[in-house]
Design a protein around this ligand. Structure first.
Ligand SMILES: Cc1cc2nc3c(=O)[nH]c(=O)nc-3n(C[C@H](O)[C@H](O)[C@H](O)COP(=O)(O)OP(=O)(O)OC[C@H]3O[C@@H](n4cnc5c(N)ncnc54)[C@H](O)[C@@H]3O)c2cc1C
Length: 382
């Protein structure tokens, strides 16, 4: 798989052309400053089939693989880190539906996301608990054909803007270990009893809302259970394998975008009677950046390819996410350095690329978590 197929190359070209045509530096600057989701660009991306290309065809998707979704995400983030991030997270965690939900839920929700009519979000994290196998504070109790949900979730992407949340909650309060009593439930965002509290401005990714969600006696139909009861922990671990590949794709795109801008700038800027690109130290830095990007791209494509061929290698997904995120942070950091003082100015974009790259290292499990997963895959669980 060292060469993309003809149709994959066409997808790359289509995504690149779209991003070049629609993503604008000034638009990105304005939307980021005002913390506004790029609604029109999102709708156009959906019209062209760039959202949900990996959903099944009979549920509104393109019926293609994760690798095709990786290619699109990479191109969008290459052109603009923040717009790319916003568009590629429009259907955040909707893959949990594609993977585990009933046909009724899939056919009701996935087409809306693919058509750019609905946003989704993952309500997994809580302030006191992350990956620890203790009982979640958010619970759902079945009463008269409804789930009654109470609790709080934090740092929810698209929080307050999404139409649907994929909620991880405790449905069995007595089982040991407690993580065996967690389930996934689809929650319509307009259900009475949901309070949204804005998390405020972030270092990067500011076109996308992040919010805490407070659930007070929120009622959704019992049929909104995603997959089987008590399988929530297994499901999100499985989902995170895929989402980490997408994080890696985002990071590869951002790193490549930073490199492009660095090449253009250092070719044009003359200091000490030489173009900056002609100094050996610059050329070596460019060589290092390009090598790390290529390595990150290959491991990301491989992780996606394995997944599309019916297998999952969790350690490889974590390797891809960790490596690509580090590559993106390093590439953007070098870019800022080579731009000199201008690198620190918003007008030259690389500072925004840096801020957006840094976010990837802290989401979907920090680097320590990725190393735990990689080590478990090599040495076995502790
Ligand atoms: C941009 C962004 C978007 C997010 N979006 C969502 C979302 O949509 N939905 C959602 O539910 N959550 C979301 N999150 C929440 C995110 O997943 C949580 O931040 C995370 O689960 C909690 O872990 P943490 O690393 O932030 O903090 P903690 O678990 O408190 O860890 C803090 C630090 O302690 C150290 N540490 C933690 N665990 C270990 C360990 N096992 N070994 C060694 N050191 C360790 C690390 O240095 C870590 O960075 C988002 C976070 C970010 C940054």
């Amino acid at each position: 798989m060292f060469e993309l197929s003809k149709s994959q190359k066409q997808i790359v070209k289509a995504a690149r052309d779209f991003a070049k045509g629609e993503f604008d530096k000034d638009l990105a600057y304005e939307l980021e400053k005002s913390r506004t989701f790029p609604i029109q660009v999102w709708e156009k991306a959906a019209d062209l089939g760039f959202i949900g290309i990996h959903y099944p065809e009979d549920h509104g998707g393109g019926g293609l693989g994760l690798l095709e979704n990786v290619l699109i995400t990479e191109e969008l983030c290459h052109q603009d880190s923040a717009l790319g991030y916003a568009i590629s997270h429009a259907g955040f965690a909707s893959e949990c539906l594609a993977l585990f939900a009933s046909d009724e839920i899939k056919s009701r929700v996935l087409p809306q996301i693919a058509e750019g009519k609905a946003l989704s979000g993952a309500a997994f994290s809580e302030t006191q608990l992350g990956a620890i196998p203790l009982a979640l504070q958010t619970s759902a109790v079945e009463q008269n054909g409804k789930w009654v949900i109470n609790g709080e979730k934090t740092y929810v992407i698209n929080g307050g803007a999404a139409n649907y949340y994929i909620l991880l909650c405790q449905t069995d309060l007595s089982v040991e270990p407690a993580d065996k009593g967690r389930s996934l439930i689809l929650v319509e965002a307009d259900s009475p009893g949901i309070k949204v509290v804005d998390c405020g401005k972030n270092l990067g990714g500011n076109m996308v809302n992040t919010a805490d969600l407070i659930f007070e006696n929120v009622r959704v139909p019992a049929s909104n259970l995603i997959g089987k009861i008590g399988k929530g922990t297994d499901y999100i671990q499985r989902y995170f394998d895929d989402s980490r590949i997408m994080d890696a794709a985002q990071a590869v795109g951002i790193a490549a975008g930073a490199l492009d801008r660095t090449l253009e700038y250092t070719k044009g800027r003359v200091q000490f009677n030489r173009r900056i690109i002609d100094f050996q130290v610059t050329r070596h830095k460019i060589a290092e950046m390009a090598t790390q990007i290529e390595l990150s791209r290959i491991i990301t494509y491989k992780a996606a390819w394995i997944r599309d061929n019916g297998k999952t290698d969790s350690k490889l997904c974590s390797m891809a996410k960790m490596t690509a995120a580090q590559t993106a942070v390093n590439a953007c950091n070098h870019a800022i350095q080579m731009f000199g003082g201008y690198g620190y100015m918003t007008e030259y974009e690389v500072e925004r690329f840096y801020r957006d790259a840094r976010m990837i290292e802290n989401s979907s499990g920090n680097n320590h978590i990725q190393k735990d997963i990689i080590a478990a895959g090599i040495v076995g669980k502790n």
